[in-house]
Design a protein around this ligand. Structure first.
Ligand SMILES: [Fe+2]
Ligand SMILES: [Fe+2]
Length: 269
């Protein structure tokens, strides 16, 4: 039987888009057939070993091509940007599998499913991008999406709070208005893709909530105050603040409590 951690290491270090997608689908299928094992025989290599493909080149947000909804070029920039979000999301899912060991098998199965769904999201968006005559990698992309993975590389509790329950949760807030936008533009294909992504993402954030609460229980911590403390510490250290405009309905579905949402509202600007 093959080890999930061997797959994870290859996925994170291959630096090749097609190989990453193939490894992800293959691992998910093997796991579904119970042909993967989840026992860890060695330690993960440091996060600095993770490799991304040479293209797209990664630049700070101010150097991103402008996203606009009324030009073909602006739309291409938009779909390229969200293709990149999904591409990095494949890495984020593999990385949480790879970096944190000796957890229940269910944890690894859950995040392998996330990796596979992220790979599907990426493929849907890249197909859409091709209708604008460009491929993923043809434009520069945002360099900051891996920062939180690096920041939380040795801290499982912070990883769960800051990646699925903060960064991915933010997607639940911003996607519904985008769906509305494409409805107005009459782009049904975009509406379909974004709706599919939103549905899956509620599930990903819900898994973040599930495992965050599980971990807090293991460590005899109060989940809600622990979540607040992790976020406060992070924003104090790194600057910036929570973005606000929280989608209450989606976030409740994804395992946030009403009191957590009330607290988040007091923190956003
Ligand atoms: Fe996704
Ligand atoms: Fe996701």
């Amino acid at each position: 039987m093959r080890s999930i951690f061997d797959f994870a290491e290859k996925a994170l270090e291959c630096a090749n888009r097609q190989e990453l997608l193939n490894l992800t689908h293959e691992a998910w299928q093997l796991s579904e057939k119970n042909e993967l094992h989840f026992e860890s025989k060695n330690l993960p290599k440091p996060i600095e070993n993770v490799r991304f493909p040479e293209r797209p080149i990664l630049l700070p947000p101010r150097d991103m091509p402008k996203r606009k909804f009324h030009t073909q070029e602006g739309l291409a920039a938009f779909f390229h940007a969200i293709s990149h979000v999904e591409f990095v999301a494949i890495y984020l899912a593999w990385d949480i599998v790879y970096r944190f060991r000796d957890l229940p098998d269910e944890f690894y199965r859950d995040w392998l499913r996330v990796a596979d769904e992220e790979a599907q999201h990426f493929s849907l968006l890249n197909a859409k991008l091709k209708t604008f005559g460009i491929d993923y990698g043809d434009l520069p992309a945002h360099s900051g999406l891996w920062d939180l993975a690096q920041f939380t590389a040795t801290d499982f509790l912070q990883r769960l709070a800051l990646v699925p329950r903060n960064m991915e949760a933010h997607g639940l807030d911003v996607t519904p208005p985008l769906i509305e936008k494409f409805k107005q533009l009459g782009d049904e294909n975009a509406v379909e893709i974004l709706t599919r992504i939103l549905t899956d993402e509620v599930g990903h954030v819900a898994l973040g909530s599930k495992w965050f609460k599980w971990l807090c229980e293991q460590r005899k911590l109060d989940a809600e105050t622990t979540y607040q403390n992790v976020l406060l510490r992070y924003y104090t250290k790194k600057g910036g603040s929570l973005k606000g405009n929280f989608n209450v309905e989606m976030r409740l579905k994804a395992g946030f409590s009403k009191s957590e949402l009330a607290w988040l509202n007091t923190q956003s600007h």
